[in-house]
Design a protein around this ligand. Structure first.
Ligand code: MN
Length: 299
């Protein structure tokens, strides 16, 4: 697997996996079998598009995180974020919510009390390296993000720097994340050879070389490239994720990103015991209990 990841020129297309998060169907593009991370990006859920009604919507009750940043980005709709730092922040299309878990944080994401209509977006996780993953929790909302144009593609830079546009969002590893509105034609996107990259298609479809990439699918580009041609025959919406290959082995379980089973066990105990590590979230939604780890004896 590691040798494949360094081959220049080998694009691999990975289907997403349907899952249910809160009360919404999502397509999980990352992690996939044989592809756990793209740079420090370790999780990518494509949410919707789906109608939010009284009984259907995102609505994820209070739950904990460790060792990661959550990156929330909407194409349509609105979500209310609340966290254990006391943040209450509505997010709308064009804005970025970035929460840092560090040693521990909890949050809730509400839709059905807040919004009616189509909800469409992504929720991404970025693994935090040592020693940042043991650091304090934080939350950032960016109402305005930098934009740039490459050929027939208009990009909004969520994190990192791309084609001369730099996001002010916090980052602790070399990383880029950008939302691309691709107009018909071929755009040649500049890339950094030291980064590995993936494209996740959100709307329409694009071709990367011989590969057609459809909604929710992820095209892994590897590293060693200084550009990639992206072709669309109709308008498409694509997420570009990249970064320096993440050097630390990760153990991801439920909402925790860690390094050992012992760390996960401790996080589960702390969440179940309502330890102040994760704090309290002032949400009307019920708190989500941690499932028992697979390696723990079953009751
Ligand atoms: Mn979460």
């Amino acid at each position: 697997m590691t040798s494949d990841r360094t081959v220049t020129g080998a694009v691999t297309v990975h289907d997403s996996r349907e899952s249910v998060v809160g009360r919404m169907t999502v397509h999980r593009a990352l992690p996939r079998r044989g592809l756990r991370t793209v740079g420090p990006w370790c999780f990518a859920d494509h949410l919707g598009p789906e109608e939010v009604t009284e009984t259907q919507g995102l609505d994820i009750g209070p739950h904990p995180h460790t060792g990661l940043h959550t990156v929330t980005w909407l194409l349509e709709g609105a979500v209310l974020h609340r966290d254990s730092l006391g943040t209450e922040q509505l997010i709308r299309p064009g804005q970025l919510n970035l929460m840092t878990a560090g040693h521990g944080v909890a949050h809730a994401e509400e839709a059905t009390r807040t919004y009616r209509g189509t909800l469409h977006g992504v929720q991404l996780w970025v693994a935090q390296p040592e020693p940042d993953r043991h650091g304090p929790a934080a939350f950032e909302h960016h109402a305005v993000l930098p934009q740039t144009t490459v050929d027939s593609t208009d990009l909004t830079v969520l994190v990192g720097t791309y084609a001369g546009a730099a996001s002010l969002a916090g980052q602790d590893s070399p990383i880029v994340g950008a939302d691309a509105v691709v107009r018909p034609g071929t755009s040649v996107w500049p890339l950094r050879p030291d980064f590995e990259y993936a494209l996740v298609v959100l709307e329409g479809q694009v071709s990367v070389g011989q590969h057609v990439v459809r909604p929710s699918a992820l095209a892994f580009l590897g590293r060693g490239r200084d550009e990639v041609p992206v072709t669309a025959t109709d308008p498409a919406r694509v997420l570009l994720l990249g970064g320096a290959p993440f050097p630390e082995p990760l153990i991801m379980w439920w909402n925790f990103v860690a390094r050992t089973h012992e760390e996960i066990d401790a996080a589960v105990r702390d969440w179940q015991g309502r330890d102040e590590r994760f704090g309290e979230v002032a949400s009307p939604l019920p708190r989500i209990p941690a499932p028992a780890p697979l390696w723990a004896p079953r009751a």
